[in-house]
Each structure stands twice: as structure tokens, then as C-alpha cells.
Design a binder for this molecule. Structure first.
Ligand SMILES: Nc1ncnc2c1ncn2[C@@H]1O[C@H](COP(=O)(O)OP(=O)(O)OP(=O)(O)O)[C@@H](O)[C@H]1O
Ligand SMILES: [Mg+2]
Length: 353
């Protein structure tokens, strides 16, 4: 349990761990804010123990350039190789965006979880993002129908359609499979947090019809939809078809959570999504580390208790709080007070009590 005043670096600690688990921040979309202003790079070093085996993960984050990573002190070719070593689930105030925010927030929830479970998804995401960028760039050069008759552009577009369908279908399949497994866990978690309330449910909403889960069928459906909407895409210069347009639908009873759920219900939904993720990871080997950033202050007594119960059975939990009283009293937790260094270097030092 990390306790300290606002702005002393508690979230910074948790974010560093989350970053070394997923290679992305839960707070910001780019790497620049992760590097201390004026410093050339940020470094995150962790020692992870899985099944009694120690693994040292070192990450070097340089804004605007590829990250460097080492596993057990040996450099690896791509930072992505460290994904999955530290399996973690993070719950933070930012999670309200899972319910109230844009589809992009929910896609990221799915993709981050899919990646922690199956590290090879990191490559699928990277491939898809690349294809999406390049296909969008091509569409932009042809916006407004200027090049519509240009055979060269159309042939190139056909090639990119193929790439988008290949990687897009893989990404969609991973998400749909994940949502199928998550769905019953979300129902359970929500009813634990809000007993007697309406049932929570989730579903994957795609820009194409999904019948049975089959990669080749998804590919064909993506290709068909791109062909159908080609004129609109050329007109607007954007990719209108693919998993980057999809959403994770959250419902309470028969209403969509977004726009209808109350503040507390939205919180419970967000928390249910995280607890469901935790259960999925836990079911397949090794308890994930549970990271709880400043969450108890936001919850009412019943929800606090439900979260505390889930956390109590976890192998390792890191909790941050500005006020120690916000954390359940009966927790037998090691308390670490966060204080500024006396030399005023701005660094955080942890003083154990
Ligand atoms: N890139 C950066 N360079 C320098 N300082 C930064 C950078 N990014 C964030 N900070 C500062 O680091 C400090 C620590 O932030 P952090 O979010 O970890 O605090 P916290 O202890 O979680 O606070 P709270 O209790 O309010 O949540 C903040 O004052 C923040 O403004
Ligand atoms: Mg904080």
C-alpha cells in the first residue's frame, strides 16, 4: 500500500508497472509524457517472479523512438518480447472512460487484455495499425474522387484491402473470442458488486456481420464490406471498415450503459470489466498482480467490500491512496509512505513504515 500526498508519484509507480506489462500507459496515449521533462529517457526495471522463476525486465523509453528492452539483462530484438512476462490487471480512476468514453477506450481494454493473455497479439496489433495507416494515407491521396479513375491507385488499394482483411480478421477473431470468455465473468463480477441490480452484459459490435467465429469468413466479410463502401472511403479519405471501427457494447438490463448508467453504476461496470479480466487471467496459470490506483476513495461501502474481498484472495496487490483511511482497515498490508527526497531533486523515495 503506497500512501502519500497528491502529486508525489504514486500513480507514476503503478503506471510504470502497467507499462512494463502492456507497453502502454493507462493515462496517456503517447510516450512523451512518460519521460521526465528535460530527461533524455525513462527507465523501468522490474524483477518478476513467475512460478518461482525470476525474470528481470528492463525497459528504456525514448519519446519518438522505438523502446529498448532487455530480458535478464540481454537485449531483445523488439520491446514486444517483454509483453506477458508481468501479468497485471490495473484498476484506476481513468477506467470510468471504459463506460463513458469513446469506443477507442474499450477497444484498448480488449486489446491490452488479449495481449497480456496471448503476447503474439502484440504483433497482430502492430501489423494492423501499420496497414491502417498506409491504407488511410493512400485513400487521402485519392480523396474527393480525384484519382477514382486512376488504375494504379485502385490496384494498390486492392492490395491494401487484402492486407487489412488479413490482419483485421485476426485481430477481430482475438477480440471476439475474448469477449465470449469475458461475458459470463462480467455478469458475475457485476452482480457481486451490485447485488440485486440489473444484469450487466457485454457484446462485440463490429462494422460487419459476424456469424460463426472463423478467420476466413471474417476476412471475406471485411473484403466484401470494403468493396461495398469503396466510393464512400474514396470520397472521405478514411478507412470505414475494420476492427478500428468496432466497439465493446456494455449494457445494464436492456439499456446501453453509456449515456444511461448513473455515476455509481458506471463505476461498477468499469470495475466489473477489470475484475472479469482478473478472473480470466487467473484461470489460466499464475495469479496476475492486481494494481489498484486510488480506487477505494471512489467506491461506496458495499463496493469497497466487494473489491476488498476480490483483492484479499489475490497473490499480490499494490494499492495507492492519498489518505490511508480510504483503504480497508482490516487489511494486513505493508504500508509504504511516499515522501520527497530531502535534496529536493524531485525524485520519489519510498520510506517503509
Ligand atoms: N513527464 C513529466 N515530467 C516531470 N514531471 C511529471 C511528468 N509527468 C508527470 N509529472 C508530475 O509527476 C508528479 C507525480 O504524479 P502522480 O500522478 O504519480 O502523482 P500521485 O501521487 O498519483 O498523485 P494523486 O494522489 O493526485 O493521484 C505530478 O506532480 C506530475 O505533474
Ligand atoms: Mg494518482
Amino acid at each position: 500500500m503506497f500512501v502519500g500526498p497528491n502529486g508525489y508519484g504514486k500513480t507514476n509507480l503503478v503506471e510504470a508497472l502497467w507499462y512494463s506489462s502492456t507497453l502502454s500507459s493507462h493515462r496517456v496515449a503517447t510516450d512523451a509524457p512518460l519521460v521526465r521533462i528535460g530527461a533524455p529517457r525513462a527507465v523501468v526495471s522490474t524483477i518478476v517472479v513467475n512460478d518461482g522463476r525470476e525474470c528481470a525486465v528492463d525497459l528504456e523509453i525514448t519519446s519518438g523512438r522505438a523502446n529498448k528492452a532487455r530480458l535478464n539483462r540481454s537485449p531483445v530484438r523488439s520491446a514486444r518480447e517483454v509483453v506477458g512476462v508481468l501479468r497485471a490487471v490495473l484498476f484506476a480512476p481513468e477506467d470510468l472512460a471504459l463506460v463513458r468514453g469513446d469506443p477507442a477506450d474499450r477497444r484498448r481494454y480488449l486489446d491490452d487484455l488479449a495481449t497480456v493473455r496471448r503476447p503474439r497479439i502484440a504483433a497482430v496489433r502492430a501489423d494492423y495499425d501499420k496497414v491502417l495507416r498506409q491504407r488511410t494515407a493512400l485513400l487521402k491521396t485519392a480523396t474527393g474522387g480525384r484519382m477514382r479513375g486512376d488504375r494504379g491507385v485502385l490496384d494498390t488499394l486492392d492490395v491494401w484491402d487484402g492486407h487489412l482483411a488479413t490482419h483485421g480478421a485476426e485481430l477481430m477473431a482475438a477480440r471476439i473470442e475474448l469477449v465470449n470468455e469475458l461475458a459470463p465473468e462480467v455478469v458475475k463480477a457485476y452482480s457481486l458488486l451490485a447485488p440485486g441490480s440489473r444484469t450487466a452484459s457485454i457484446g462485440y459490435r463490429a462494422s460487419i456481420d459476424i456469424g460463426v467465429l472463423d478467420i476466413e469468413l471474417l476476412q471475406a466479410a471485411l473484403l466484401a464490406e470494403m468493396a461495398r463502401r469503396r466510393d464512400a472511403e474514396l470520397e472521405r479519405g478514411v478507412c470505414l471498415v475494420g476492427p478500428h471501427r468496432d466497439d465493446l457494447e456494455l449494457r445494464l438490463g436492456d439499456q446501453p450503459a453509456k449515456g444511461f448508467a448513473s455515476h455509481g453504476e458506471s463505476w461498477s461496470m468499469a470495475l466489473a470489466l477489470r475484475l472479469a479480466a482478473y478472473e480470466l487471467l487467473r484461470a489460466e496459470g499464475g495469479d496476475p498482480v492486481l494494481l489498484l490506483d486510488d480506487v477505494f476513495a471512489e467506491l461506496d461501502a458495499a463496493r469497497r467490500q466487494a473489491l476488498a474481498a476480490a483483492a484479499a484472495s489475490a497473490e499480490q496487490v499494490l494499492v495507492t491512496a492519498a489518505v490511508a483511511d480510504d483503504v480497508p482497515r482490516d487489511w494486513d498490508a505493508t504500508q509504504v509512505m511516499i515522501a520527497l527526497r530531502e535534496d529536493d531533486s524531485g525524485r520519489v523515495s519510498a520510506v517503509q513504515t
